[in-house]
Design a binder for this molecule. Structure first.
Ligand SMILES: [Zn+2]
Length: 162
């Protein structure tokens, strides 16, 4: 196994841990993704709908094997060193030991839906403002108009993100 680069991350508790960098980029499905640290100090990942600890030697999953004396043991899937049998079972992470990732990037599709709804709202407020103005309620019309303008400006800022 080639040497992997490591990265230091901060948990919810504020503690910092150093883990294989590849575990941050996994999709959490076919590629393991870092979840946090178990109460016993193991790096826990999520993949294939399960959470399990990875070996300290290789950052790999563990698997069952047999010794020369036919004793069942748990070994590192990468280097076959015998490891803690706890690594052979699912493992979870207490809330304070979770990794707090950066916020997910905004999904362009959901941003588009938000913008569409906001544009409708701008039009509604402009319509209300025009009706109020026609009814001679100038102050209220100005407030609705100002709200529409602020919302339109916010939409313009969001468009730059999308
Ligand atoms: Zn190993």
């Amino acid at each position: 196994m080639t040497a992997t680069s490591s990265v230091t991350v901060r948990l919810v508790s504020g503690d910092e841990v150093t883990i294989p960098a590849a575990l941050l980029n996994g999709d959490g499905d076919s590629e393991p993704r870092f979840v946090g640290m178990s109460v016993d100090g193991y790096v826990v990942v999520e993949a294939y709908g399960m959470r399990y600890g990875v070996t300290a030697c290789c950052g790999a999953s563990a698997k069952g094997s047999m010794t020369g004396d036919d004793e069942p043991v748990i070994v590192c899937r990468a280097c076959y060193a015998e490891v803690d049998e706890m690594l052979g079972a699912p493992m979870d992470v207490p809330a304070e030991n979770r990794w707090q990732p950066d916020e997910d990037p905004i999904d362009p599709e959901s941003l588009g839906l938000v913008l569409d709804a906001a544009i409708v709202e701008v039009e509604r407020r402009r319509t209300v403002a025009a009706e109020l103005r026609a009814a001679g309620l100038t102050d209220r019309a100005d407030r609705w108009q100002a709200q529409a303008s602020r919302l339109a400006e916010a939409i313009g800022n969001l468009r730059q993100i999308g």
